[in-house]
Design a protein around this ligand. Structure first.
Ligand code: NAD
Length: 488
């Protein structure tokens, strides 16, 4: 196979406005999922001493950044947005080669969302404000909203630009400084984003470190001088992060995994709904999305007809090189994840009553060495099976029949997760009734992909703690209130 990258770049980490190596000088190879062996870059393997350096740089930059008039922070973020906009294509290619996300369906929209997010939060700078109480004439009682300080933002590999878009613009506009930890498998677009943003931001306001979670990630979580940990990743790791950050009473928010229900009512057996359910399945992201509608609840009356239409559409999706415009689906991130998906498939196939309605792997003739994987649709699944309870993070959809609304709501909620949900029903009364009863942080009605900048984002139950990406997420997640009472 041709070289994915002609000259692999040895990246540094951005600390205090400088590009530096890890203190210990160790490095990690970044391998592209397009080809199982090619090293496309190397990044520093940071550890505790690097956390100390990055946090110190963020701390030093904090007072001046926090004390800037809000209009200046707004202007800086808007300038970052403009520069990132010029680089969307470059960022999209980096995303395609380090995550394996297909450029048209996923990588480019991620870059665009990052730009929109910087622009949106630039516009919210003036909202970091307090209130004045209606007190006696000789009293002035008011609140000030102030930033938390140094925020460690820990990112997963599945959509690095989108997740950094959820955190970074909001925390910066509120006056905090950042140490962003890129995921070890997919650090390139985040490093390039930082390179561009650092042309505008003062040194130390944004720092980016690379390396393994158990090393630099944990060093940031337990660091005394990190005021907030904003973590996105798996629920398993999130438990430990929450316990350690909580153990030292540091602020923390957790965006974790999901096993989201996607409910189709009998009045919704249409081609349009099939398209939206396809979006909800996140097959175009190899279903490596925390908001994947991975449990498809089809009403008995339309079960077979809907599945037939749906599977016909799934069969048209093209699995291919994520850099190619005509690829709908790219590749799974790495060998470990690919094997994990196989394990779930084997487990599902071993269950009594399971029916394979689509196994795209049969027709997958890539002739390529990458971690390509076509979608798999399994029907007759029990809501209590492992494949219907655990987050697979791969393109395996469990189809479960339902008859009664109370029953489907009960099944939808019978999970320890509560991140997203989808309800398809032409009767808006019934649709909203069900939407209101589902225990998820984000419910979409009659659409599968409608994420917009500024929406509230976060999970219920073990899908997380706190909200991001929105005005309230910025205020609640990245500021604290001080009350001032004055006798005049
Ligand atoms: P992960 O939990 O393995 O890692 C996430 C990040 O945490 C990585 O940067 C990793 O290096 C770091 N990390 C690992 N161990 C750590 C530790 N002990 N201390 C501190 N940091 C540590 O998750 P992943 O495999 O990179 O991502 C996939 C998971 O992320 C899925 O479960 C998915 O649902 C979830 N996710 C959630 C959201 C959301 O918004 N809720 C969004 C995207 C992904």
């Amino acid at each position: 196979m041709e070289a994915v990258v002609e000259h692999p770049r040895d990246w540094g980490m951005l600390i205090g406005g400088e590009w530096v190596d890890a203190v210990a000088g160790e490095r990690i190879d970044v391998i592209t999922p397009i080809d199982r062996h090619q090293v496309i870059a190397t990044v520093p393997r940071a550890r505790e001493a690097d956390a100390d350096r990055a946090v110190a740089a963020a701390r030093e930059a904090f007072p001046a950044w926090a004390q800037l008039p809000f209009t200046k922070r707004a202007r800086a973020l808007a300038q970052v947005a403009d520069r990132l906009e010029e680089a969307v294509e470059e960022l999209a290619v980096l995303t395609a080669i380090d995550t394996g996300n297909a450029i048209r369906t996923q990588a480019r929209p991620e870059g665009t969302m990052l730009v929109e997010s910087f622009r949106y939060f630039a516009g919210l700078a003036g909202e970091v404000k307090g209130v004045t109480l209606p007190t006696a004439p000789d009293q002035l009682q008011y609140t000030r909203r102030q930033p938390l300080g140094v925020v460690a933002a820990i990112l997963p590999w599945n959509s690095p630009l989108m997740i950094v878009a959820f955190k970074l613009p909001a925390l910066l506009v509120a006056g905090n400084t950042a140490v962003v930890k890129a995921a070890e498998d997919a650090p390139l677009s985040v490093l390039r984003m930082a390179e561009i943003a650092s042309e505008v931001l003062p040194p130390g306001v944004l720092n980016v470190v690379t390396g393994y979670g158990a090393e630099i990630g944990e060093s940031l979580v337990v660091h005394d001088d990190v005021d907030k940990v904003s973590f996105t990743g798996s629920t398993a790791v999130g438990f430990g992060v929450g316990a350690k950050a909580g153990g030292r009473l540091a602020h923390h928010s957790l965006e974790l995994g999901g096993k989201s229900p996607c409910i189709v009512y009998p009045d919704s057996c249409t081609d349009e709904v099939v398209e939206q359910v396809l979006l909800a399945s996140r097959f175009a992201r190899q279903s490596q999305s925390c908001t994947t509608g991975s449990r498809l609840f089809l009403h008995e009356d339309i079960h077979d007809e809907f599945l037939e239409k749906f599977v016909a559409r799934v069969a048209q999706l093209k699995v291919g090189d994520p850099r190619e415009e005509d690829s709908d689906i790219g590749c799974i991130i790495n060998a470990k994840q690919w094997e994990r998906v196989q394990g779930y498939i084997e487990d599902g196939l071993a269950q009594e009553g399971v029916r394979v309605v689509h196994d795209g792997r049969e027709s997958l003739t890539m002739g390529e060495p990458g971690f390509y994987h076509a979608p798999m649709v399994l029907a007759g699944v029990g809501n209590d099976w492992r494949i219907a309870r655990e987050e697979i993070f791969g393109p395996v959809l469990s189809v479960i029949p339902w008859r009664d609304e109370d029953e489907v709501v009960r099944m939808a909620n019978d999970t320890h997760y509560g991140l997203a949900a989808f309800v398809f029903c032409q009767d808006l009364g019934a649709a909203l009734r069900t939407a209101h009863r589902i225990d998820s942080g984000w419910v979409q009605v009659n659409q599968g992909g409608g994420q917009v900048v500024g929406q509230s984002y976060g999970g219920m139950k073990q899908s997380g703690l706190g909200r991001e990406f929105s005005l309230e997420g910025m205020l609640e997640g990245f500021t604290q209130i001080k009350q001032i009472n004055v006798k005049l």
